[in-house]
Design a protein around this ligand. Structure first.
Ligand SMILES: [Zn+2]
Length: 165
């Protein structure tokens, strides 16, 4: 009698060829191309001497991080945008929990607390802005081991992906 309980190895569901989650990879600041290599040398963003220290290229897939000279210039705007969104969020949270009134100083307490929070988060925000910015230009590539990296083409002034390594 054949044993029906014998499961062929091939029948078992294969573990998903892991494509790391987009938002999570951004949050933990991984390289946009392979989503494995770290974008910053030092894990702790609050180690202020090394906050913005990045490897020249991704240690995992070789993707250069600073695509052209002055590439990070645009991150200032992203940092402003993130700070603004965060302030809107804390204002709503403050309004819902503590409340805001014209008869006391609660609004000014929010302003102070929000300012302290933004200053505290600044190292992290500066890093995260670079991550967001690079994610705009460099897309995830499941074949990162074989295909070429994304670079800046000075001739056409465009970002393109090299066909081969
Ligand atoms: Zn990479």
């Amino acid at each position: 009698m054949p044993n029906d309980l014998t499961i062929q190895k091939d029948d078992l569901p294969k573990p998903q060829e892991g494509k790391p989650n987009f938002y999570w990879s951004m949050f933990i600041m991984k390289c946009p191309r392979c989503r494995k290599g770290p974008m910053f040398t030092e894990r702790n963003a609050w180690n202020l001497k090394k906050t913005m220290k990045m490897p020249e290229k991704c240690p995992e897939c070789g993707q250069p991080y600073e695509l052209e000279v002055g590439f990070w210039y645009g991150t200032g705007y992203i940092s402003y945008g993130l700070s603004f969104l965060l302030s809107v969020f804390t204002l709503i949270a403050w309004w819902l929990t503590i409340g805001i009134s014209t008869e006391d100083n609660r609004f000014f307490w929010w302003m102070g607390s929000n300012a302290v929070l933004l200053v505290f988060l600044q190292p992290w925000l500066m890093r995260f802005s670079r991550v967001v910015y690079l994610y705009i230009f460099v897309k995830y590539d499941p074949n990162y081991k074989r295909s070429g990296v994304t670079t800046f083409d000075y001739a056409t002034e465009d970002y393109y992906r090299k066909k081969d390594k």
